[in-house]
Design a protein. Structure first.
Length: 239
């Protein structure tokens, strides 16, 4: 069993801090050990004890969360920024942040960010992701799909449609569950109802308000929400 991550939440708005802590309580593999409402408070806590994970707002009353993260470079990969401002994503990723979430925080998107941070904090053994497979029932038979063969997953009603080389396999699972299950294999959530294999992304077509359409190598087009855009761009930029 993986160790419990000691977590610090830095958020100056009491209601937002409470909501975020409540969302984190749904994840038994971490423990919120402290909260802070300013850069000075957070800096003092970071000096006084060791935290495994930092959830950090950017607009704080006495300075920027980006500046705080810059003073603690060893914690960069253990930091998830939580902010209302999309324009700082590139700066955050340049610091080495694990992820960048926009308010209001979507629980499934938070779960994806926590899974990514966990992999950075406690990396799996070499070769771990290569063995990830998805079990799909076909009548009386169960097929096991190698994760790297999946093109994308989207939703049709209560069913998840797993697209693999022109074939579609149906699963009665939520997209949030599948996103978390497939994240160690590199698949990325790009929309509230879509997960893609970044290796299949061929081009990005801009839409309004930061949203976009992704053209995949098999000709399929899937939506990219601005909420998930920074995470996908980080993956694509690392390829």
């Amino acid at each position: 069993m993986s160790r419990v991550l000691s977590t610090l939440v830095v958020e100056d708005m009491p209601l937002a801090s409470h909501k975020l802590v409540t969302l984190l309580h749904a994840h038994p593999d971490l423990r919120v050990d402290a909260t802070a409402a300013s850069v000075v408070q957070a800096d003092a806590l970071l000096r006084s004890r060791r935290f495994d994970l930092l959830l950090l707002d950017i607009g704080l009353p006495d300075g920027s969360g980006l500046g705080l993260a810059g003073r603690w470079p060893a914690l960069a990969a253990h930091t998830i920024f939580v902010t209302a401002h999309a324009q700082h994503a590139l700066h955050a990723y340049a610091l080495g942040a694990a992820d960048y979430l926009l308010k209001p925080v979507d629980p499934d998107r938070l779960a994806m960010a926590l899974a990514r941070a966990r992999r950075l904090i406690d990396p799996p053994p070499s070769g771990f992701s290569a063995g990830i497979r998805l079990a799909v029932r076909q009548g009386q038979r169960t097929d096991f799909l190698d994760a790297h063969r999946i093109d994308y997953i989207d939703m049709a009603g209560h069913y998840a449609c797993v697209h693999v080389g022109g074939q579609v396999h149906l699963l009665r699972e939520s997209i949030g569950q599948l996103a978390e299950q497939m994240a160690p294999a590199g698949l990325v959530r790009v929309h509230r109802s879509v997960v893609v294999n970044p290796a299949r992304v061929q081009s990005l077509h801009e839409r309004r308000n930061g949203d976009a359409m992704l053209q995949l190598s098999d000709g399929a087009r899937v939506p990219l929400s601005r909420t998930y855009r920074a995470a996908l761009e980080q993956v694509l930029g690392a390829r």
